[in-house]
Design a protein around this ligand. Sequence first.
Ligand SMILES: Nc1ncnc2c1ncn2[C@@H]1O[C@H](COP(=O)(O)OP(=O)(O)OP(=O)(O)O)[C@@H](O)[C@H]1O
Ligand SMILES: [Mg+2]
Length: 253
Amino acid sequence: MVIAITNQKGGVGKTTLAINISACLASLDYRVLTVDMDPQGNSSDGLGIDTNKLDATIYDVLIHDTPVSEVVIPNQLENLFVVPANISLSGTETELSSDISRPFKLRKALRPEVSKYDYIIIDCPPSLGILTVNAIVASTDLLVPIEPNSYALKGMSMLMSTILKIKEDLEHYAFFLGVVINMFDIKSNLHASIVEAITEYFTARKIFKTKVQRNSKIPEAEIHGRSMIQYDPKDKAAETFMELAKEVIEKKS
Ligand SMILES: Nc1ncnc2c1ncn2[C@@H]1O[C@H](COP(=O)(O)OP(=O)(O)OP(=O)(O)O)[C@@H](O)[C@H]1O
Ligand SMILES: [Mg+2]
């Protein structure tokens, strides 16, 4: 199962979910590979990797055909492995432009890895460019984090039409696993009404029951290069991410 966590809107929680769902799945004894497809390298940072000191990254995989197995870094959590990214990835768009196999680069690179892991989780950048297209084409499933604000639904039609275009033009169908509501405020009437609108748009079946509330421990853990279950396993956010990971497992079993 290869899950791309995607939304072209910035700062909605893609990286946070990639880090924490990966870590929770690993702690539940699944073998997990987290693939950082964002030149910002946030999921690499958030999983304790010094992105300034990397010999090889996902960039080398996409551009120099370096095998994924040569760039994988093990995390402190026993079953968790990371394919890191850093700023070098930002040139990929132009560097790949003459390559006709450009949308399929990641899919091809991950092929020998699929049987080694129970879950591969891909963190996407905040755009619908070639890196996100590669991530979607490489995945079996899509997970979309949404922050419930008044612009949340506006970007969705763009994302959905990209997914549709990939299905039609590249003949790749990734299953829409669902939407995760992030930074949710249970006391906010506005949030409640936006969640209602999101539920109407996607149908209730496509909304994860577990909603992630705003919690200052989350960015704190990321600064320390840890997932929540490593940083503060007793915190409410760690429990929430564990519930989310279990929902991911349930949705596919
Ligand atoms: N539920 C939450 N409560 C508090 N802070 C959060 C929560 N979710 C995410 N954050 C923080 O908000 C910021 C943006 O989140 P994150 O990096 O996960 O978003 P993103 O969608 O990956 O952003 P980008 O589009 O830039 O890649 C980060 O500092 C993160 O720690
Ligand atoms: Mg991110």
